[in-house]
Design a protein around this ligand. Structure first.
Ligand code: CO8
Length: 260
């Protein structure tokens, strides 16, 4: 367990479990939380013993109820601009090269929904609720919500959610393609950790490359994405893990991975 003021970090074998830990404010996200997360995600990315990360919220009520409204209420536009407010989420969290999963255990609103969507995929408790209610505060998503939500669930629902600020429950989120799986709240962590352990058992460089390829689908046109995939595939064929994976298959035994 590493010491942070706003998050808990625990290594469980090859899986890093990070828990947002400001339950008194429903895990609202402020600059200190971002600093803690950036440090924890950075350490995870550099630690060869860690191969998947799970991010969840403390308590049963919220994953994160948004960016911290109390921190931002008195800030002027110039403060947001000069600090390039929210830019740190890109460098501190999104830039993580290894796989990570969001286990959404309750409200994921505003910045909370945006943080969950930064994950490689989301598992949700049946009690989870997603929304981009910023419009009710006179603002709009600022951590990628308008872009990632639209790519995840399409324009019709994303526009409706941003313009009305309504919440989407877990069943609708799964139907709409926002979450990979919905499980009862009581088994959310166990189920997510199980999947994380499965990912952690894969050849780690191949996991990073698979992540990069799928993400390329959001950043590029089809021809460029397919070229990116082919080139990354070709790079993987040069790894020791590729040689081991094929031999292990033929010898009917599990692969032993070197991560290179
Ligand atoms: N920021 C700061 N504190 C919060 C936040 C938040 N986003 N959400 C909840 N809290 C606090 C509450 O103020 C309350 O604290 P206190 O006990 O000191 O009053 C505590 O958490 C518990 O919350 P509630 O009493 O409200 O709990 P309820 O069960 O009644 O309601 C809700 C739960 C529905 C989740 C409700 O808390 C809520 O609507 N929260 C805000 C959701 C929201 O609007 N999120 C989007 C935030 S905006 C954003 O993410 C990006 C843009 C921000 C720009 C702001 C510019 C000024």
């Amino acid at each position: 367990m590493t010491d942070y003021a706003n998050i808990l970090v625990e290594q469980r074998g090859a899986v890093t479990l990070v828990t947002l830990n400001r339950p008194q404010s429903l895990n609202a996200l402020n600059s200190d939380v971002l600093a803690d997360l950036s440090s924890a995600f950075g350490k995870y990315d550099k630690d060869d013993s860690q191969r998947c990360l799970v991010l969840t919220g403390s308590g049963e009520k919220a994953f994160a109820a948004g960016a911290d409204i109390k921190q931002m209420a008195d800030m002027a536009a110039a403060d947001f601009f000069l600090q390039d407010f929210f830019a740190g989420w890109q460098t501190g969290v999104v830039a993580t090269r290894k796989p990570w999963i969001a286990a959404v255990n309750g409200f994921a609103l505003g910045g909370g929904c945006e943080l969950a969507m930064m994950a490689d995929f989301i598992y949700a408790a049946d009690t989870a609720k997603f929304g981009q209610p910023e419009i009710k505060l006179g603002v709009a998503p600022g951590m990628g919500g308008s872009q990632r939500l639209t790519r995840a669930i399409g324009k019709a629902k994303a526009m409706e959610m941003c313009l009305t600020g309504r919440m989407m429950d877990a069943a609708e989120a799964e139907r709409s393609g926002l979450v990979a799986k919905v499980v009862p709240l009581a088994s959310l962590l166990e189920e997510t950790l199980k999947t994380a352990e499965l990912i952690a058992s894969m050849p780690p460089m191949a996991a990073m490359v698979n992540k990069e390829m799928v993400n390329a689908a959001f950043e590029t046109n089809l021809a460029q994405g397919i070229l990116t995939e082919r080139r990354l595939f070709q790079i993987l064929t040069a790894t020791e893990d590729k040689a081991e994976g094929m031999v292990a298959f033929i010898e009917k035994r599990p692969g032993v991975w070197k991560g290179r």
